[in-house]
Ligand binder design. Structure first.
Ligand code: FPP
Length: 250
């Protein structure tokens, strides 16, 4: 198992995003219903969040529910929403104890009222915490996020408040849900699936991708540390040559 002492805390990514996947398959392996996998997944969430704050990450984003997940069976959606409401409320104390601020991205108006209310209470309660920001992606779709950014920009152009020539990467970024969150340097996906699933497509343009076969309910902070060690072994060139990067780092 990787040891936290193998991690160089001076070169940590600022922001790690995780696609938590494999709850259903984990439950199936135990001959249990899918919701059981989601419930055990909360243990993985707690350990990963605590581990991320402990090592010194500044932002951790968890993909908890996609816009596409609304197409799942009603019973699973209801159970997941119930779990989210209960977990957010129950874990607010853990967030306070660890000095973690909670925030959320996505089309939050889609959420059931009770879920949204509890979420807003936890966001408000933790708003002054400053060790790490935990971002929950809820009813999130990267394509929808980009479409609503285009609509807002088009509206400004129509109203004469923005010049077409002034539309650039920065102005697009300023209209995304993540306008006040740095882009993730590292994206992790569990369960062995090799896809992005409509997650942070603008923001991960230059992220390092890390895929692990571990199913989400089995994921623990040691697995996060393993991903961080792997991240730190990579050369990030941003389109430049290896020689240029070596010179810059000399
Ligand atoms: C993906 O597994 C997981 C989800 C869609 C839900 C994630 C939710 C939790 C871990 C519960 C609570 C979370 C928070 C942040 C409080 P899957 O159902 O797609 O699994 P499968 O691919 O094996 O079917």
């Amino acid at each position: 198992m990787p040891n936290k002492t193998n991690i160089n805390t001076n070169t940590l990514p600022n922001h790690v995003a995780i696609i938590m996947d494999g709850n259903g398959r984990w439950a199936k392996q135990q001959s249990k219903i899918r919701v059981f996998g989601h419930k055990v997944g909360v243990t993985a969430v707690r350990d990963t969040v605590e581990g991320a704050a402990e090592i010194g990450l500044k932002y951790l984003t968890l993909y908890a529910f996609s816009s596409e997940n609304w197409a799942r069976p009603k019973s699973e959606i209801n159970a997941l929403m119930e779990l989210l409401v209960n977990t957010i409320t129950k874990e607010t104390e853990t967030l306070m104890n660890n000095n973690i601020r909670l925030t959320a991205i996505g089309n939050l108006d889609d959420l059931p009222k009770k879920c949204l209310n509890n979420l807003n209470v936890a966001i408000e309660k933790t708003s002054q915490n400053n060790k790490m920001t935990l971002v929950l992606a809820l009813s999130y779709s990267s394509k929808k996020e980009i479409v609503q950014a285009i609509q807002q920009i088009a509206e400004k152009v129509k109203d004469g408040n923005l010049n077409i020539d002034d539309i650039n990467e920065e102005s697009v970024r300023n209209h995304l849900y993540t306008h006040n969150i740095p882009d993730p340097e590292l994206l992790i996906r569990t369960s062995g699936e090799l896809r992005i699933s409509n997650f942070l497509m603008w923001q991960i343009a230059y992220s390092e991708l890390y895929f692990t076969k571990i199913l989400w309910p089995d994921f623990r902070r040691e697995n996060l540390y393993e991903a961080l060690i792997d991240f730190q072994s990579r050369e990030r060139r941003f389109g430049k040559t290896s020689e240029q990067i070596e010179k810059e780092n000399a």
